[in-house]
Design a protein. Sequence first.
Length: 250
Amino acid sequence: MDSLTIAAASGMRALMDTLNMSANNLANSSTNGFKSDKESYNLYVSPDAQAAADGEGYLATTVPVVQSQWTDFAQGLLIRTGNQLDLALNGKGFFAANGPSGPLYTRNGSFKVNSQGILVTHEGYPLRTVDKTPPIQTQSLSPLEVTPEGEVLQDGQSLGTLEIVNFSDTHVLAKQGNNYFNLTDPNAKPVPVTETLVEQGKVEGSNASSANAAVRLVSVMRQFEMLQKAVSISGDMNKHAVEEVARVGS
């Protein structure tokens, strides 16, 4: 396979990753608390190809690859809903919940009260509290009041304070399930936030703009089509070269 085809095919493979990422961002542009994914590119050359090139005195063929995928944790727009169980974080940090296999972290503050009166996430995971006591459980049908510090009150009585944490390095967080993050490094420890405020009756919208995601998607598809054409041209060139050699030999 010639270098043009190798480079074009590798570019198509990298664009497939970008295409999936852009499509996911577009699909979640209206998901509360969603954080968009982005990517960075680099050029790769295999050690064997580099060694052969060094021995023959020519430049090794490099191929484009997605070097890394990262999550943009920029805050989305805070949207007023008027629902007392909708909470938004104005600032950095995450709500913490007890997932099936350990703590989970989310910016989606669309909560509810389950049949036992416990304050839970949309998927039913109990929210964690600062003092790690039993989850926040309502005592009556009276409305809940949540202070900017995350303390949950009902009938003037404190039911607990929500655990709101952040991480010095967000690279230790990996997406899981429906808009949650889990820790990939067991040695990483969450730290309490000090300047973030909880706003009741609001939710944080997605930070993925539907317009930007759509434009990005179209751009990637056009680049993919161009690389497809390059592969086709390279194939035609090789075909003609073979035919010319055969004609000369005859």
